[in-house]
Structure formats: C-alpha cells, structure tokens
Design a protein around this ligand. Structure first.
Ligand code: KIV
Length: 288
C-alpha cells in the first residue's frame, strides 16, 4: 500500500474536535469524479438530498428516496479517500419513529460505507438523534431553513431576521447538541444569529447562508461552480463552468457535423501500418 493510500479518513469525532479551531471545509458531491476533486480540499463531503434538484431537476427535495441517496453515496465513497462522507437521510425515511430512522441510517451506512448521516430538524428530532448516536450512528444536525419542510414552511426564506424569532432556532441548535450530534448545519439564518449560536453551542456549526463566524462552511458544488441556473443569495460563484461547458459542447457538435472529429490522433490505426481500403458510407460497390 502506498503512503497516499494509508491516509486515514476523517471521522465524525475528528470533525467534532475541530470546534473553535481551523475552519471546517465542506462541499456537496454526488458523483465519483467530483468526489475525487472535492476530497482533495475538503474535510467533509456531503451527499446532500439537494441531488434531487441538482441531478434530477426536481422542484424540491421532498421526492428524493433512500435508494437515490444510497446509489450516489456509494459513488462518492468510491471517489474519495480522505474526507468524512456524510449522507442525507431523505424526507420520509426517518421522521415516523426513531426505529425507522435507525433502520434507514443503518442501511445507508452498511450499503455506502459512509461515516455519518445528516437529518433535518431541531427539538422535534432530538430524541431520534440521541437514539441513533447511542447505537453507533454519527449524526450531523440541520436547523434554521430545513428544505424538506418546504410544504409546511411555504418558501425557502431566510429564518431569524427578526430577533423575536431567534429563541426557537437557538433552542433547536441546543437540542441537537444535547442529543449528541457531532456537528450542525445552520442554513439561511440571520448573520448575528449564526454568530451567536456558533459561540453558544459546544459542537461545530457548519454555515450555509449563516455567518463567517461558523466553525465551517458548506455550499452545493454545482452552485459555487456556476452550473446551477438559479442560486440563493448566500451562494458565491467561485467558478463559471456553465459557459465553458456550453462552449465545449458547441465545439464538439460543430466538429462532428463538419467530420473533423475524430481526427487521425483519436482513431486506432492497424498494427501493421497497412491501410485497408474500405468503401465510404453510401459509396459501396454497386450491385449492378
Ligand atoms: O442537501 C444539501 O445539499 C444540504 C446542504 C445544502 C447543507 O443539505
């Protein structure tokens, strides 16, 4: 085994121990190839249920299934070797009971080999988080804007922009912490609230539209690469891949239509160097 291969994957306790230390870098990935790129620079790779919107063009994450998460979780595990891989439990796979949550989490961990799962919800999920962590399932919490609840909250609006709305969000972050989560995502909350929660709780906060004072940050990879057509305010586009992908596809189409691709360097000559005359398409020997 090479020295490179001996590098141990980060674990949930490693991430938990980073509270107040060096910022924790996280991105989403759903595929082996992007996982390889992300893995080289990130501490955590999240196989988010955002894959429903990004890969499948769904309007929300609600229709995403456990099988979809497992398939992509497996791909990300194959593509990565250093980061902690966290897989989202999708809507409907954990809310009914703590036993349902354990069955889903165990399936995800056994079938993908990932190191942790993430579930949305604060106080209402505290009992479930405690049940899972006591049984060997590291849990990342997710409070603030919880996209799986879109049908009850009505829109993907930022939370806690009036101080009078802070108390329930703070209570959610504390509940997740006390229940044993190793880290918690704070999504789309007012900046001072993100800062305050990060200072208050004992586990790392991972911000997405929260605050630079969070212990780490996460973005959806396709959003920050400039591939997603619409992105929330909190996304900074670190790349602009959309136009360069379009340019590459347009050039390919032009070259195929002009018969300039494939060129001689992209085809296999005969070993002997002998050239076999083959009839050109549409110009075969006449049957006369
Ligand atoms: O599904 C997802 O990608 C997420 C992140 C946005 C935190 O939950």
């Amino acid at each position: 085994m090479s020295a490179q291969e001996q590098i141990r994957r980060l674990s949930a306790p490693d991430i938990r121990a980073r509270k107040g230390g060096e910022p924790i870098v996280c991105l989403t990935s759903y595929h082996a190839h992007t996982a390889r790129l992300v893995d080289a620079y990130c501490d955590v790779v999240l196989v988010g249920d955002s894959l429903g919107m990004v890969m499948h063009g769904l309007e929300t994450t609600v229709p995403v299934t456990l099988d979809m998460m497992i398939l992509q979780g497996h791909a990300v595990m194959r593509g990565s070797k250093h980061a902690l891989v966290v897989v989202d439990l999708p809507f409907g796979s954990y809310e009914a009971s703590k036993e349902q949550a354990f069955a889903s989490a165990a399936r995800v961990m056994k079938e993908t080999g990932c190191g942790a799962i993430k579930i949305e919800g604060g106080r209402r999920m505290a009992e479930t988080i405690a049940f899972l962590t006591e049984r060997g399932v590291p849990v990342m919490g997710h409070v603030g804007l919880t996209p799986q609840a879109i049908n009850t909250i009505g829109s993907f609006r930022a939370q806690g922009r009036d101080e009078s709305d802070w108390a329930p969000i703070e209570a959610d972050a504390r509940a997740v912490t006390d229940a044993g989560a190793f880290a918690v995502v704070l999504e789309a909350i007012a900046e001072p609230l993100g800062r305050r929660i990060s200072a208050q709780i004992k586990i790392p906060t991972i911000g997405i539209g929260a605050s630079v004072a969070c212990d780490g940050q996460i973005l959806v990879l396709e959003d920050m690469l400039g591939l997603s057509p619409r992105v929330p305010k909190f996304v900074k586009r670190f790349g602009d891949l959309g136009p360069s992908i379009e340019h590459a596809i347009k050039s390919y189409a032009q070259e195929v239509r002009a018969r300039t691709f494939p060129g001689p360097e992209h085809v296999y000559p005969m070993r002997s160097g002998a050239v076999t005359e083959l009839p050109q398409r549409g110009k075969g020997p006449s049957r006369a």
